[in-house]
Design a protein around this ligand. Structure first.
Ligand code: AMP
Length: 459
């Protein structure tokens, strides 16, 4: 079944023509159902998850009624994490490409307050932020929400999970009640029903993605012996060679054990769990996103709010605690327009859970044999890039162009061998092709950046 194209709805021309340049042709399921309501000014409660195309639903809603000549904040988007806020702001900027001079500002914790307050003071049409930092700005009177006419709560269930209920109440209290409110949540526990009713007005409900048939994902189930999990993961990785994959574990200890075992086999793997502090977590995400690690081993809690583009595969080390968690995990692959692969491992002890999962998913689950052992004779696939850390960041006024310039200048490496560059507070990270890493390190070691010799090392 194909969905209608964007031409079926009335969008301002500048937005519509940009959509085709982005390669968005057909609407996704949530867009088909929700966009007409949002454009008509209705409040909306949407059950949809990352990957459904929900960002474009509220992004296009906001952009279609924005008054560009007025520099006050007209829309506020609240997200549970900085990663999600960055990703949402990026998508809104892409959607806004056809309209000049739209200012979208992210306002999240983990970065200095002062410069953020200055940016807010100079005016932003759209603010995308995390509740804690927005609350701080309200407290210091550095954000003005009195003329916001669209409020979006994205991943509302995660925000409540993270204890933001009171903060949300406070923020919503600052926004005029004459507004359009769009609330998105992957799950609908009682607490979400409560805030939905409090924050929205005669909202229309749209439900997508609670059943896996909406997801473009090939699901595979593999019965394994007790003690056979690590081997099974190895076989799947060797056979399918995903460029980016996540293995979900139920506990932190398993995460560490599995990551270490895979590392010993020479895979480029990183572990993500609740014991990491924010800088460690950021570093893991930087390295995974810039393709200098191909496998992320993570717990559900730690991976909340992460937005990772283009995952080729998700592996469930065990069956997830419940259906919502399962869907949330596998939904990280198979993003709009691509078919994802999800592999779930289970032992005989998990048969009952498997049966329940099959009933809930309305899926006939069949055990598939693991790939043949011959897969292990191949060379372990390595990731394309390696991250170089440079001991200078925002504080030292290092900019992406400075790093790119130093790498590719006189007898440097080719621009095509330079991947993502991320400038942190006091250090920066650049991904460089594995084949030219030595040359890149020498070049960065010799050349000055911003007139200084920073320390560089590969991670
Ligand atoms: P989201 O669920 O909003 O995070 O969107 C998931 C991904 O799908 C993003 O990378 C979007 O750029 C992309 N996307 C959203 N809508 C469409 C569409 N109609 N056609 C193709 N890609 C889309």
């Amino acid at each position: 079944m194909t969905n209608p194209s964007f031409s079926a709805i009335e969008l301002p021309e500048a937005l519509a023509s940009n959509l085709s340049s982005l390669g968005y042709e057909e609407m996704t399921a949530i867009q088909t159902q929700a966009l007409p309501l949002v454009l008509a000014g209705e409040d909306l409660i949407g059950q949809a998850k990352t990957g459904s195309g929900k960002t474009a639903v509220f992004g296009l809603g906001i952009l279609s009624k924005l008054i560009i000549d007025e520099y006050h904040t007209q829309a506020l988007v609240l997200c549970p994490t900085r990663e999600l806020a960055d990703q949402v702001a990026g998508e809104i900027r892409r959607l806004a490409r056809g309209i000049p001079n739209i200012k979208v500002l992210t306002v999240c914790g983990g970065v200095p307050f002062g410069p953020q307050a200055n940016s807010l003071a100079s005016g932003a049409h759209i603010v995308v932020g995390t509740p804690g930092r927005i609350e701080d700005h309200i407290g210091k009177d550095t954000i003005k929400l009195g003329r916001v006419n669209t409020l979006v709560l994205d991943e509302a269930d995660r925000m409540l999970d993270m204890g933001f209920q009171e903060v949300l109440e406070k923020i919503v209290g600052e926004i005029p009640s004459q507004r359009q409110t769009l609330l998105f949540s992957a799950t609908f526990p009682a607490a979400i029903e409560t805030i939905s009713q409090r924050f929205t007005n005669q909202a229309k409900k749209v439900k997508i993605g609670a059943n896996a048939s909406n997801l473009d994902i090939d699901q595979h189930f593999h019965r394994i012996e007790n003690g056979g999990r690590i081997k099974a993961v190895q076989l799947l990785l060797m056979e399918h060679e995903p460029e980016s994959s996540i293995v979900f574990c139920n506990t932190k200890q398993e995460t560490n054990e599995l990551a270490q075992a895979l590392r010993d086999m020479n895979f480029d793997v990183l572990a993500l769990h609740g014991d990491l502090d924010q800088p460690e977590r950021d570093l893991v995400m930087t390295r995974f996103a810039n393709k200098s690690a191909s496998i992320l081993v993570a717990t559900d809690v730690a991976s909340r709010g992460l937005d990772i583009e283009a995952l080729d595969a998700v592996i469930n080390y065990q069956i997830a605690r419940n259906l919502d968690v399962h869907i949330h995990r596998i939904g990280r692959t198979g993003r709009a327009g691509r078919t994802g692969q999800a592999f779930t491992l289970y032992t005989d002890q998990e048969k009952l859970k498997l049966q329940q999962l099959g009933e809930q998913l309305n899926l006939y689950i069949e055990n598939e044999p693991l790939p043949p052992k011959a897969a292990l004779n191949k060379i372990v696939p390595r990731c394309k890039m390696i991250t170089i850390q440079i001991s200078g960041g925002k504080k030292q006024k290092v900019r992406p162009g400075d790093i790119l310039g130093a790498l590719t200048g006189d007898s440097g490496i080719a621009g095509s061998d330079v991947g993502k560059i991320k400038i942190g507070p006091a250090s920066s990270f650049v991904a460089v092709s594995r084949e030219v890493i030595k040359q890149a390190l020498v070049k960065l070691g010799q050349d000055k950046i911003k007139g200084r010799n920073f320390k560089v090392r590969s991670l």
